[in-house]
Design a protein around this ligand. Structure first.
Ligand SMILES: [Zn+2]
Length: 467
């Protein structure tokens, strides 16, 4: 009985001619028993043979040359020969006196005619896969031009099969959006953001825990703003899928990440950090944790302002907000004014200005493409600027929607009024980050004199009141 290796391979690319590992294995076993062969070891690969340098294949060839088996049984010529270099190695094995058997082709590899037939089949197989690859690339480019993303959906989106746009994942999309918002708030490093998102239950596409690398990839992906970027080619396309975040927010996150914008992230998460100053010496009130209470202290020595507790600050804010809260009658009046104002707004001038800017961007895109064609800039520079322009275009379109959509504008203002009606409650119920934003937005001139806390309502609130 001859001792042989069995070699089976399935490719990960969908080829339509796939014979499963099990089926190949069975065919090889049947062949072996017919021909008095014992399969002593299996080599199974789950990759496309079009790429050379597969470790398993190379290992097998080495072992055969070392005489660890008499021969090799392969399911079909194209299983081994999708690339010419592998085929050469198979030929060398045969030349070295090792038996090569193909289950589905009755080829006598030792005869000249048999080798020739096998060689021809190998060439055909190699050509087939080249063609396949070309067709595949053509298909992908076509999809991209239609604004479809022909790969697996990023976290926060769902696949709907080829030819259909990705749709928002109702479970993950809000959390992905939150990730951008939290990071843009500068209250998080990537690490604390990751911890926060894990806590909120954001998982990766396999349902596993998100990694630091994963969160970075997520924040880098302009897909969420509607732009499909293909890293390998450096090309950007405008997707037809629903946008999750604004181009503006995306840009802000990129700026913070690259360290180009604003102060570094602080890890201590005291709610009112940096929001209050000492009324005597104008220095910041610095938070510190003591015996499970947070105190805010003036950092200047011998200043009459010593410390106030966070609770005292919260209470003072509540008082201020309660005073500047909009009464129901005022709110109703204000809402009526909004309706009138929105109805009167004439947006045709804005529309014209917008058209001009849009045309200017298109012009820049055209010139950029010309520069690439004329080789005035290289591919990387092109890709970089092209993406920048795509983002600008996106931001412009968002602006356009704002101009055009009066109803949305009115809705936004109504939300503000609603907020102004319930300021105090919002402050009490908000999560720390929101609380902070709320205080920043609605109050100003926050100072501590000794034990006295002074807060003024911010301008927009006063304006709402005055109107
Ligand atoms: Zn002071």
């Amino acid at each position: 009985m001859k001792r042989c290796f069995g070699y089976v391979r399935v490719s990960t690319v969908k080829q339509g001619d796939g014979v499963s590992l099990e089926a190949q294995r069975e065919a090889i076993l049947a062949f072996a028993s017919r021909n008095n062969i014992e399969i002593t070891q299996w080599f199974e690969e789950k990759e496309t043979a079009a790429k050379r340098g597969r470790p398993l294949f190379n290992q097998m060839v080495r072992d055969l040359h070392r005489g660890k088996a008499h021969g090799l049984v392969i399911h079909k010529v194209d299983r081994s020969a999708r690339n010419p270099a592998d085929w050469v190695q198979i030929g060398e094995l045969a030349d070295a006196g090792i038996d090569i058997h193909f289950v589905t082709e009755s080829l006598d590899f030792r005869s000249r005619g048999g080798r020739l037939t096998a060689d021809i089949q190998a060439v055909i197989a190699a050509d087939y896969i080249r063609n396949l690859r070309e067709e595949c690339i053509k298909g992908i480019t076509g999809r991209l031009k239609q604004g479809l993303y022909p790969f697996r959906a990023p976290i926060g989106y769902l696949d709907n099969g080829g030819g259909k746009a990705k749709t928002l994942d109702p479970r993950r999309a809000p959390l992905v959006k939150l990730a951008f918002e939290l990071y843009a708030s500068r209250r998080h490093s990537l690490r604390t953001l990751l911890a926060e998102l894990n806590r909120k239950g954001l998982t990766n596409r396999e349902g596993g825990t998100l990694t630091l690398c994963g969160i970075e990839t997520l924040l880098n992906n302009p897909f969420y703003t509607g732009i499909i970027r293909i890293k390998r080619t450096g090309m950007s396309y405008r997707g037809v899928h629903e946008r999750l975040i604004s181009a503006n927010l995306f840009e802000r996150v990129q700026a913070i990440k690259s360290g180009k914008s604003g102060p570094k992230v602080t890890r201590h998460d005291h709610i009112y950090r940096g929001l209050f100053r000492c009324g005597h010496c104008h220095g910041p009130m610095v938070p510190e944790l003591q015996k499970s209470h947070v105190y805010y202290r003036c950092a200047v020595k011998h200043c009459p302002t010593m410390t106030v507790r966070e609770e005292a600050l919260a209470a003072a804010i509540d008082t201020c907000l309660a005073q500047s809260q909009l009464g129901h009658a005022d709110a109703a009046d204000f809402l009526a004014r909004i309706e009138t104002w929105v109805a009167q707004t004439n947006s045709s001038d804005q529309e014209k200005a917008w058209q001009l800017r849009k045309a200017a961007i298109q012009d820049r895109i055209d010139r950029l493409t010309d520069a690439l064609v004329d080789r005035l800039i290289d591919r990387d520079a092109y890709a970089d600027r092209r993406q920048r322009l795509a983002l600008e275009e996106e931001a412009l379109d968002e602006e356009h929607q704002k101009i055009g959509n009066r109803a949305a504008k009115a809705a936004h203002m109504r939300t503000l009024i609603e907020l102004a009606k319930t300021l105090c409650l919002s402050h009490q119920l908000a999560e720390p980050a929101e609380k902070r934003r709320l205080v920043e937005m609605t109050t100003s001139n926050r100072r501590v004199y000794g034990k006295n806390i002074c807060i003024e309502p911010s301008n927009w609130l006063s304006e709402v009141e005055n109107t």
